[in-house]
Design a protein around this ligand. Structure first.
Ligand code: SF4
Length: 183
């Protein structure tokens, strides 16, 4: 009987924890591509993303969400990895624009990467070229639902599969000079 009661209380604690977490998302917006132009209207009075508990973070260590807004050159990928690894767990990535999914119009470029989730774990993709603020907010809502379900644990999966990610990262980043982080 006590076990049943404990399970129920644990469930309630988890629910409250995820509820608080999903409604307080501090975002590190990394304007890697042209889609970055949609961030100011998303965050300011017209679309007012703060209604959903979404607001900017000053540094990676204060951020929950890394928002990647378009194509990534190999050089930029290196910085994205560095930013992501400085963020505290639980942490999430939202990638928007076709370029993050399959390279978009740069799919055969010599210097951009195609599938972002080969290098860092992406929680939500928002497709389009470029997605409007409504789509960006919808992407955040999809992430919030994932957090509430308890399915958003990519930070942990990144650590568990770090060898696979490192191998992929080092295939494209030839000048690999990165600090090691203590998880
Ligand atoms: S998806 Fe379109 S808008 Fe976004 S970075 Fe690529 S080319 Fe630019």
């Amino acid at each position: 009987m006590n076990i049943v009661k404990d399970k129920k209380s644990q469930h309630i604690v988890d629910y409250i924890k995820e509820f608080a977490r999903k409604n307080s998302l501090f975002v590190m917006a990394y304007g890697t591509g042209c889609g970055a132009i949609e961030i100011p209207p998303t965050m300011t009075s017209r679309y007012d993303a703060e209604r959903f508990g979404i607001r900017g973070a000053a540094t990676p260590r204060q951020a929950d969400v890394l928002l990647i807004t378009g194509y990534l050159a190999v050089k930029t990928l290196k910085r994205v990895i560095r930013v992501y690894e400085q963020m505290q767990d639980p942490k999430y990535i939202i990638a928007f624009g076709s370029c993050t999914i399959n390279g978009g119009m740069y799919f055969d470029s010599y210097n951009t990467i195609n599938a972002l989730d080969r290098y860092v774990p992406v929680d939500v993709y928002i497709n389009g070229c470029m997605p409007r603020p409504e789509a960006v907010i919808e992407g955040f809502v999809a992430l919030q639902e994932k957090i509430q379900r308890g399915d958003a644990d990519n930070g942990k999966k990144y650590q568990e599969n770090i060898d696979w990610y490192r191998e992929n990262q080092m295939k494209v980043i030839k000048n690999w000079n990165m600090p090691d982080y203590n998880w």
